[in-house]
Design a protein around this ligand. Sequence first.
Ligand code: 6PG
Length: 246
Amino acid sequence: MTVDLRVVEDGPALAVHAAREVVEQLGAALERRGEASLCLSGGSTPRATYGRIASHHRGDLPWERVTFAFGDERCVPIDDPQSNARMARDTMLAALGVPSGHVLRIEGEHGPAAAAELYEARLHGHFGDVALPTFDVLLLGVGDDGHTASLFPGDTALDASGWAAPARAPVEPRDRVTLTFDVLRAARRTLFLVSGAGKADVAERCLRHVGLRDGATDDDVPPAARVVTPDANHVTWLLDEAAARR
Ligand code: 6PG
């Protein structure tokens, strides 16, 4: 397992660095296997990275050979401004010309339980009869309560088995679907994108728990820090200076 910390100047620099890393890792997977998979994060932080990929990397890869999936989704219609699938479509997927069949969307509009079941079946359809789906690149964010994807502190989804689970957020939209810890931990290359002073406290907590910062840790391990385990592959915490406040 490799876990490392990279600090860049600011939000725009984080988008440049993250976009370059995503393209590099997907390119290596395409070289190796002729196909690649990218699991997208929701929220606001990754918007700039997705926009950077669309504006500066469209010609760098055969994007039609990349399959896109989502770490989580809100249980809202796809055209709802809070939909992660809509955000990814509008900031990147449409611009890259990704065929809709290459996007494994979480159909949150069916409600958390049904959508989780549908998503798990869709993942099995793509990855086949494997113990866990292995994404070549997984993008994750961190909420200020330490959640990642839709794995929120205290929620039953933290203990879910399988590949996808219904989840409950403490803020609207409360009904969600999330990949489970097992799936997040199986990714070949994970990038946490953490930007802004508002994330400095939770970033410090996570970095201490994963051994990238010295200092006392509380017993309450943030879900984002629980993605990193001894058998995880390569996890990079990519922060801007405001989030990495020293
Ligand atoms: C979501 C995300 C979620 C997000 C964090 C950070 O659906 O909201 O998947 O896990 O990454 O909440 O969100 P920001 O990037 O907006 O701070």
